[in-house]
Design a protein around this ligand. Structure first.
Ligand SMILES: Cc1ncc(COP(=O)(O)O)c(C=O)c1O
Length: 389
């Protein structure tokens, strides 16, 4: 038997819901999928054909941090979210996920740890483990609408903690970081010498105009090393094109050292393709059209969900301000998994809160991306199953 690294020793045992779903599909039963998160599969606009064959697509002139024209286009995109940023402070990668790997290499020794929010999309544990890095959870209290509590961050710190990850707005909670939360977090980061990694992939998807909301930390004067992450996958709904970016900010000397080191990491991989970089200005010019269509879709589906909820129901839609999901608080009995299995029997696929580490309470997570007719058709079985609990 060959020996493999424990870093790749992930569980491959399917959970009961995955097993039930496989049986459901094997029997050819109808299914309304309220977990779909792939923006290319739900009938949203895509850019015109031909953009990925720009002149010069086959010419290779490696630029570790990314082509100047592509970094300028990203700088304009990031600046439109808040403060003006310089292309010189940007690093292009193949995806946000790859950016995390590069940042963990930059900041952590194997055995160090990073703080991750809970509840949250379950991405970081695996990305960190592949770099030999551990994660420690800090709670986003339900009582604060899943907002960031700097006291929870500080309480979760360990002797080897190097960075704090924030997802703004949270996935799936849809809570945006607020100015007061950022100020308190910055104070904790500065006092403990921690870097901030701020995942802003969903920040263009605010549903309303909330006062005090932070849409991006890029370009702000903050006392700690700050990395803002995003990419084409969510900003333009193009996950298959493989282009992400990191904006590096914070005190100038630490920022410049981080950029020099990241250039070296990026030069080791040279992972971003030339055609997508050359097409980036036009792909980003298409982004507002995609974002407007997506926002219309998620707002309308959320309205359908709110309208379907009977008055005095034992379940509720958790208040939120953005993103692509809805979170339902459901009765503790019969619990998340039993509810998801009952919904699957009724032909509706949803996710249990434990996929996202909600901790206390019982929750369901629904995607707001499905085509309107699918989402509307799922409301009667959803409300029927939830009413039976
Ligand atoms: C919060 C968050 N960050 C990052 C990603 C991954 O982004 P990318 O496709 O750029 O790797 C996801 C994927 O859903 C996500 O939910």
């Amino acid at each position: 038997m060959s020996r493999f690294s424990p870093r790749t020793d992930f569980s491959r045992t399917p959970n009961p819901l995955a097993e039930a779903l496989a049986r459901h599909r094997a029997h050819g039963l109808p299914l309304l999928d309220l977990t779909v998160s792939n923006p290319t599969q739900v009938g949203l606009p895509t850019p015109g054909a031909g953009l990925l064959h720009p002149p010069g697509a086959y010419h290779y002139a490696p630029e570790p941090l990314g082509l100047a024209s592509a970094r300028e286009a990203v700088a304009a995109q990031v600046s439109s979210q808040g403060t003006s940023v310089s292309p010189a402070h940007l690093v292009l990668s193949a995806s946000t996920s790859e950016s995390y790997g590069w940042l963990f290499k930059l900041l952590c020794e194997p055995g160090d740890d990073v703080l991750v929010p809970a509840p949250c999309y379950p991405l970081f544990e695996h990305l960190a483990a592949l770099e030999g890095v551990h994660t420690r959870a800090y709670r986003l209290p339900l009582a604060h609408g899943f907002g960031l509590d700097a006291g929870e961050v500080e309480a979760a710190l360990g002797p080897r903690t190097r960075a704090v990850l924030v997802v703004n707005p949270g996935n799936p909670t849809g809570h945006f970081l607020h100015e007061g939360e950022l100020a308190a977090l910055a104070e904790v980061c500065a006092r403990h010498g921690l870097a901030l990694l701020c995942d802003e992939v969903f920040s263009p998807y605010g549903w309303d105009l909330e006062p005090g909301r932070v849409t991006s930390v890029a370009g702000r004067e903050l006392p700690m090393l700050t990395f803002s992450l995003s990419g084409l996958s969510k900003v333009a709904g193009l996950p298959g094109l493989k282009l992400g970016w990191v904006h590096v900010g914070g005190p100038a000397s630490a920022r410049d050292e981080a950029l020099a080191r990241l250039e070296w990491v990026a030069d080791t991989y040279l992972s971003v393709g030339t055609p997508v970089q050359l097409a980036l200005p036009e792909l980003l010019a298409h982004a507002p059209r995609f974002q407007a269509a997506l926002l219309e879709r998620v707002r309308a589906n959320r309205q359908r969900l709110l309208a379907a909820r009977p008055a005095h129901a034992a379940w509720d839609v958790v208040p939120a301000h953005g993103g692509w999901s809805a979170v339902l608080r459901i009765p503790r009995e019969p619990g998340e998994e039993a509810t998801c299995l009952a919904l699957l029997d009724a032909g509706v696929l949803t996710q249990p809160g434990y996929f996202y580490d909600f901790g206390r309470g019982a929750f369901l997570v629904l995607s707001l991306l499905p085509p309107p007719e699918d989402f509307a058709a799922a409301m009667p079985p959803l409300t029927r199953v939830l009413a039976a609990e």
